[in-house]
Design a protein around this ligand. Structure first.
Ligand code: AHM
Ligand code: MG
Length: 284
């Protein structure tokens, strides 16, 4: 595992350099989810693949930017799912973006996830790690080309921020009402359109709610289980919060397709209980 974490850190340093120095234009390719790939998406994917390929304990890789599973070492123990550059369309407006990693064993179900890591590329580069085996969520910052431990992250029972994702005109009536009630209760809107910085902000400011619901146009939401939803679910649980699909725990969900998506809510306990009550009452 330590070797994988070192490879992720090396990738993060290289991706940060690429973001600062390289072309932000588009390629002619469309990825599995239908997004036109940026040159930086492709480059970040290659950087991570190159670094993870050096690690003999990895059996295979799945990436948001690759249609198929990439086999590495048949005797390897770990399966690594990653989103190389989440929110990459925000780079041309100079907002923060991130990389997300899920390190799995045996399969790609929520229950197979052992370790999650994400990296935020903002004014600073920060990396957050949670492991199934520990109750601490550690935050590290890139200082003089090394990731130095800064602190453990802990959510409060109730927060103040509300980050509501997707297109409002496609929300269900009860989802809209729930989001409106949070604002009436004094919650403040914080939504950049990058899940890594948006979820990082909620973690560091003590709590709140990030939601990406199922909608009329996308009943299964937008965010991908293996590289986005499961990794953050483990981080939020280990930080003392929770993550559900509206009713059920995200990490109890199974994966039938590596690029599959699901509705998701991440937050501190108070907000997640509130979502659960609303969704349980209104579910058909
Ligand atoms: P991406 O993987 O193509 O970059 O898309 C994922 C991003 C998330 O970072 C973010 O939470 C979400 O898309 C925003 O979507 P929306 O604009 O529909 O709220
Ligand atoms: Mg993504």
């Amino acid at each position: 595992m330590e070797e994988i974490l070192q490879a992720i850190k090396r990738s993060a340093i290289r991706i940060k350099q690429a973001i600062q120095n390289e072309d932000t234009g588009y390629t002619d390719n469309v990825n599995q989810t239908g997004d036109i790939q940026l040159k930086l998406d492709v480059q970040s994917d290659l950087i991570i693949e190159e670094e993870l390929t050096k690690v003999s304990s990895i059996k295979e890789l799945v990436s948001e930017e690759k249609e198929e599973i990439k086999k590495l070492n048949n005797n390897g123990k770990y399966l690594v799912g990653y989103d190389p550059l989440d929110g990459s369309s925000l780079i041309d407006v100079n907002l923060s973006v991130g990389s997300i990693f899920g390190i799995y064993e045996n399969g790609y179900n929520g229950s197979d996830l052992s370790v999650s890591v994400y990296v935020v590329y903002g004014p600073r580069v920060e990396l957050v790690i949670a492991s199934k085996a520990s109750d601490e969520v550690g935050m590290y910052r890139l200082l003089n080309n090394e990731f130095e431990f800064i602190k453990n992250i802990r959510l409060n029972e109730k927060g103040k921020l509300n980050a509501p994702g997707s297109t409002q005109s496609c929300w269900s009536t009860y989802h809209k009402q729930m989001i409106d009630e949070l604002f009436q209760d004094g919650y403040r809107l914080r939504y950049s359109g990058g899940m890594v910085p948006d979820l990082h902000q909620i973690l560091l400011k003590g709590g709140g709610l990030f939601s990406y619901p199922g909608t009329i146009d996308r009943p299964e939401g937008k965010l991908r289980k293996v590289f986005e939803v499961f990794p953050f679910a483990l981080i939020y649980e280990k930080a003392g919060g929770a993550s559900i699909d509206g009713i059920n725990r995200v990490l109890d969900s199974t994966t039938t397709h590596i690029h599959g998506t699901m509705p998701c809510f991440f937050g501190s306990n108070y907000e997640i209980e509130y979502v659960k009550k609303t969704y349980t009452k209104n579910a058909k």
